[in-house]
Write a protein that binds this ligand. Sequence first.
Ligand SMILES: [Mg+2]
Length: 272
Amino acid sequence: MSTLVATDLDRTLVHSARAAGPEVPGDVLCLERRRGVSTAMLTRRTAATLVELARRATWVPATTRSVAEFRHLGLVPGIGLGVGPTPRYAVCASGGVLLVDGAPDPVWEARVRELLADGVPVAEAADLFARHLARLAPGTTGPVRDADGVLLVARVADPAADWLDDLAADCGARGWRVATHGAKVHLLPARLDKSVAVAEVRERVAAARLLAAGDSPLDADLLLAADDGVQPADGALHAAGWHAAHVAVTRGVGLAAGEEIAAWLLARASEA
Ligand SMILES: [Mg+2]
């Protein structure tokens, strides 16, 4: 059976030094460093498992990272750091960009333009976001960043529920939606998420089955769209009490959970 495996990256398969959890046996590979600190690591075992997974199934990284941030990972030429095959497809900006052989896919770009046309333009959504951020205490928010012209993100220290409700209501009236993940608040076109971009890939490769893994509210649609899925025990979704009958939860956390998730996906992808 042809299988598509779509996985989030950060805090699902790769972890920053801060999110790495207890030490794990064996080598740890660093895919990204910022200001001297490891911001994306995985174990050599996870990397080897992903290389094998990519042989048995179509593996699609599906990340909230912008294209530039994704390329920064050094994931291409491969998980496996030059050892494994480069994933043919990758979803960036929570579905806003579909990379095919490393380049943005023009057909998907046109589809995203259609989704964006349901709401106000990105610049208008960014202004609205900035106005809401300005209501918060000085020093508790960061600037609005734009990922690939389709996803807006700002850091907000401890966003209050009523502030988020106000923002969500204003966004909803303009064809946008709000997704929070830790100290990050994201604005996306209302009908865009990772699952719609992954569905596009699934159609293209005619995959009979979809497996997924993810840790955050931005992965919930993807996990729900999958036939089977897995989430880490230390993920934001799990912490929020989110669960689904077809979504397993790891025993371990941090880098160990990354190993478990890769092994879980490989085992499922190897079935029949
Ligand atoms: Mg994540």
